[in-house]
Design a binder for this molecule. Structure first.
Ligand code: MRU
Length: 343
């Protein structure tokens, strides 16, 4: 599998996920603004990967700053941080990783040492996420029965993270342990991350995957003995409400009706303890053309009104457990203090 993000010392190489699975093409750049555009256009996507990529973008901005004074250099980097912050509003990993970069920027060092420290921090964010994915896989696979049917939504695999994935790491780890797992993957309208990315990744890994449209999930739950649903998250509020790709909420309602366990899977960096509930999570509104068109071809009448919220929020009451790199949390969720012990 091609790596979604590769740091090359003086440049970054990004796999353009908008063109998968038909074309494997890369964006190689030294310009943080090009990286910001790649995040905006979903060439790079998935909450943890957005955070990792933004951190590398700041390392690039640091390398390319012509400022020799500390004040000038810090002002350059803060402008880059602001640019990256404006790319996508929902995935909190973006803001979490930029905050880490900003803390490094405030260290009492000279410009050259700050450049090195920013690059080291970006690499650390990347390798830590790889380890988080491994721990998530271990924690979550314990919940997968020896023979299991799993539904998943959107893409939560290696293309969305620095490692094996979040929800997908649960699946991959369970299969690695010899469990017989079959997966039903939602296609995930409108941008088809399930069809284009998850089906491609799982097939490449030799995992039994069946693609379905999002509207088939309830029927599959009724007829296919589904054992559990695993989905990722872009931001989890202090009370456990979880924002994830549009369609996740509906899937949770359907799982609840059918008595099927519904797990949200994410590193703790996806938890935002500052938001009391999911009502406060900013939801990205994308261009309605993503709904009126498919693959660049108009599928709806001219001038019809369309909406394109990229995410929805699943209320914690519908969530059986939240699988993280620090273990599995069960309701009632209370993440108000989650990052306190670390900083
Ligand atoms: O719009 P996207 O493709 O960035 O949305 C991705 C998702 O919703 C994922 O489920 C989420 O980021 C978790 S990825 C490990």
């Amino acid at each position: 599998m091609p790596k979604p993000v590769e740091w090359r010392g003086d440049a970054i190489r990004l796999l353009d996920q908008t063109r998968l699975p038909l074309t494997e093409s890369f964006i190689e750049t030294t310009d943080y603004r090009v990286v910001a555009d790649a995040i905006r256009s979903l060439a790079v996507r998935g909450a943890p990967l957005i955070g990792i990529t933004a951190a590398y973008a700041i390392a690039l901005a640091a390398r390319n700053s012509r400022e020799t004074t500390l004040a000038g250099f810090r002002s350059d980097i803060n402008a880059a941080i602001e640019c990256l912050r404006s790319t996508r509003p929902t995935a909190v990993n973006l803001f979490w990783s930029l905050r880490r970069m900003q803390h490094v920027l405030e260290r009492d060092l000279d410009v050259i040492a700050l450049c090195r420290a920013l690059e080291a921090e970006a690499k650390a964010i990347h390798t830590e996420d790889e380890e988080s994915c491994r721990r998530i896989g271990e924690a979550g696979s314990a919940l997968v029965p020896p023979v299991a049917t799993i539904i998943t939504h959107c893409n939560t695999g290696a293309l969305a993270t620095g490692g094996e994935g979040t929800a997908q790491s649960v699946i991959v780890t369970a299969v690695g342990q010899g469990k017989r797992v079959r997966v039903f993957a939602d296609e995930t309208r409108p941008l088809l991350q399930g069809a284009r990315l998850t089906a491609w990744e799982l097939k490449s890994l030799g995992i039994d995957v069946t693609l379905m449209t999002d509207s088939m999930a309830a029927w599959v739950m009724k007829n296919e003995h589904v054992d559990l649903v695993v989905v990722g998250a872009d931001r989890i509020a202090a009370n456990g409400d979880a924002a994830n790709k549009i369609g996740t909420y509906g899937l949770a309602v359907q799982a609840h009706y059918h008595g099927i366990p519904f797990y949200v899977v994410a590193p703790v960096s996806t938890i935002d303890p500052e938001l009391a509930s999911g009502d406060l999570i900013p939801i990205e509104e994308r261009n309605p053309a993503e709904v009126t068109h498919a693959g660049g071809i108009r599928i709806a009448p001219e001038n019809v009104r369309a909406i394109a919220p990229a995410f929805d929020v699943t209320p914690s009451a519908l969530i059986t457990g939240i699988i993280t790199d620090e273990g599995v949390y069960r309701p009632p969720f209370d993440f108000k203090q989650i990052h306190r012990s670390r900083r």
